[in-house]
Write a protein that binds this ligand. Sequence first.
Ligand SMILES: O=C(O)COP(=O)(O)O
Ligand SMILES: [Mg+2]
Length: 227
Amino acid sequence: MTRPIIVFDLDGTLVDTAPDLLDSLNHSLAASELAAVDEAGFKRFVGHGGRVMIERAHAAQRRSLAVEEHDRLLKLFLDHYTDNIPGKSRPYPGVVDAIARFEKAGYLLAVCTNKYEANSVALIEALGLAKHFAAIAGQDTFVFRKPDPRHLVETIRLAGGDPHRALMVGDSQTDIDTAKAAGIPVVAVDFGYTERHVREFEPSAVISHFDALTLDLAERLIAAAGG
Ligand SMILES: O=C(O)COP(=O)(O)O
Ligand SMILES: [Mg+2]
């Protein structure tokens, strides 16, 4: 039988990237003379990658954004972010132990994120975690991205897994919607980047620490989904 797989979201789930994303966002917005975004704004704008984050920051300040300017600001954002990896970003408490636990139990592990693939790989490598993941798929790895369920399903295939024996772990409505649309159970962490509490999006389970992502929970959720 194919090994079961756990697919993790990256920003706000595996790694607390908020300080660095916010720094890079504000670095790019300053070039457009926009007011800096604070943490509350960040939670509203994050989730669909840098381009959308810049667009939402402009909309919130009622500023129009021409395509060329959008491209210019995205490049500033990405260059700043790339140059600073890993910056202050660190895995959340319990992540390293959870990875070890599931690896030991024979699970495949993968990452499905709306960050760009290059930045995702660079960050995960800089944190010394790359060897654990059979696949790292970003928003530009395929021609579709979360909440399109194919992003998740194709990440699982890329990792050599089976979508029928899979579990997603994420921090946002986007992750929960993606997993549900793919028919895959989803555990939501409640410490990530979301304006509304993840419970409202009705994930299969909610955890407040990675220690609560037990083998027993993963097995139960995968079995309940028919895997
Ligand atoms: O960077 C973003 O906007 C979202 O990234 P995530 O999908 O890893 O949460
Ligand atoms: Mg996230």
